[in-house]
Design a binder for this molecule. Sequence first.
Ligand code: ADP
Ligand code: AMP
Length: 212
Amino acid sequence: MKLILLGAPGAGKGTQAEIIAARLNIPTISTGNILREAIRNGTPIGLQAKQFMDNGMLVPDDVIIGIVRERVAREDCANGYILDGMPRTIPQAQALEAAGIQMDCVISIEIDDAVIEQRMTGRRVCSKCGASYHIVANPPKTEGICNACGGELVIRKDDKPETVRQRLEVFHRETEALKGFYEKLGKLKLVEGNQPIEDATRDIMAALGIKA
Ligand code: ADP
Ligand code: AMP
């Protein structure tokens, strides 16, 4: 199963990717998490990406395409994977096609812009593994600590309201067109994102034709 999760920032891509990856026993590839780790480690890619991310802009396509091509070639991707946050532009989607990477399904998690701010102001992410929580909708078992790895939960720098607005604009300008791209390929399925996490998971599994 090769699956893409599309959606605005805060739609729930990371949250759903983690749940579905565990159920299907395939890895999640989150370009955002890979880039944040690169920044923490001070790698050349991290240094290049930081300014774009802090300002709510997209990291250049060639950087992202390089990261993903290398990642999907690893052994743990042999039975499939979930792409979370990639592609975000038409050239990125075309690069996947050009590399012979055929996706089985593209799920667009649909959410209204009005809901996004409350999602982002309550978001906390694990500084070690990148897992995503919400202080009200999906709190960790122990405040400030990741359920999965015990890492410290932090607020993302790009979750401040002005950067979120910029990211939303970028989504509408550059990323939303991917729905048309994948619809033409007959791969697009829409799922309601503005409902409780478990209901969205149920709808994604149904869209994939998998019984929950
Ligand atoms: P994305 O990866 O699309 O940017 P996340 O999965 O990180 O989004 O979710 C953004 C925030 O909203 C997180 O704090 C997450 O816990 C919360 N969240 C995700 N899905 C839902 C949902 N269905 N209802 C309420 N909150 C949600
Ligand atoms: P995310 O964790 O998916 O919300 O991504 C956080 C930030 O990382 C984005 O605002 C971009 O700056 C950068 N980023 C992540 N994925 C991509 C991508 N596929 N293309 C360009 N930039 C990306």
